[in-house]
Design a protein around this ligand. Structure first.
Ligand code: ADE
Length: 248
């Protein structure tokens, strides 16, 4: 799978690409990541890519020409043009289902905005899939792009050591329960003990206990994920959460 990152701050990705599972996947040739500095497509001698918004208002807007021309050139660099994703708080909110959908593409081109966002004609010309990583505003799309890569790469065959290990994840389409609690050594720490059932060796009982744990945790924290929950449950829950501090 290939990712192309279009950004004004390529250095942000250095640590991310040089570490851990992603680095291993890159070294093994399972994933390729190319970072492109949109300033290289600026026609301005100072490599300026932003400008003041028409109609006035605070902040700066990313100009249409460097962004569109960068994206078009980058699309031509690969065997296939790729699926263009624009990271924006106005996009559809990322879920595991969307991650699974994105993982079906062999190439993703991730557009990272800054400042007050892109000139609207970027959207009209590139017709990107606009994706948000949550209902909050980041300083730019770079961190959001890392979230997308991190979640998508886990689904690329061969990236995780054990082919099945993502199947049991919370939110994978096979199951939508939160994960049960995990323990490792020592058996006791500061008076806190590993539950006896996990030391019993009875795998059937352990699986049942874990299932119960998952179900109860989900009911307690994210009842909107349970079968039969409607979209409104999440909204109600979010409203309830915002009330909680004042209640206490
Ligand atoms: N850029 C700024 N905020 C963002 C968000 N919440 N999701 C995706 N991109 C963003």
């Amino acid at each position: 799978m290939r990712f192309d990152l279009l950004t004004l701050f390529p250095e942000i990705f250095a640590g991310f690409l040089g570490q851990s599972l992603l680095k291993k996947a890159i070294d093994r040739g399972l994933i390729r990541v190319h970072v492109h500095d949109m300033r290289d497509w600026s026609r301005d001698k100072h490599q300026k890519v932003d400008d003041r918004p028409y109609g006035g208002g605070p902040g700066m807007v990313l100009r249409v020409e460097p962004v569109v021309e960068c994206a078009e050139d980058v699309q031509l660099q690969g065997a296939e043009r790729g699926h263009v994703v624009l990271l924006s708080p106005q996009g559809r909110r990322l879920t595991q289902a969307i991650v699974e959908e994105l993982a079906c593409h062999r190439r993703l081109i991730l557009l990272c905005g800054r400042y007050e966002g892109f000139d609207q004609r970027v959207v009209e010309l590139l017709r990107p899939d606009e994706v948000s990583v949550g209902d909050y505003v980041l300083n730019g799309g770079e961190v959001a792009a890392m979230v997308v890569i991190d979640a998508v790469m886990r689904l690329v065959p061969g990236v995780l050591g054990d082919e099945n290990s993502h199947r049991d994840d919370s939110f994978s389409s096979g199951g939508r329960l939160l994960e049960f609690a995990q323990y490792t050594r020592p058996r006791e720490y500061r008076g806190l003990h590993v539950p006896d059932i996990l030391l019993s060796g009875d795998h059937e009982e352990i699986a049942r206990w874990r299932g119960e744990q998952s179900y109860c945790k989900t009911r307690e924290r994210r009842s909107d994920l349970l079968p039969g929950a409607s979209a409104g449950d999440l909204d109600r829950e979010e409203t309830d959460n915002t009330k909680r501090p004042a209640d206490g």
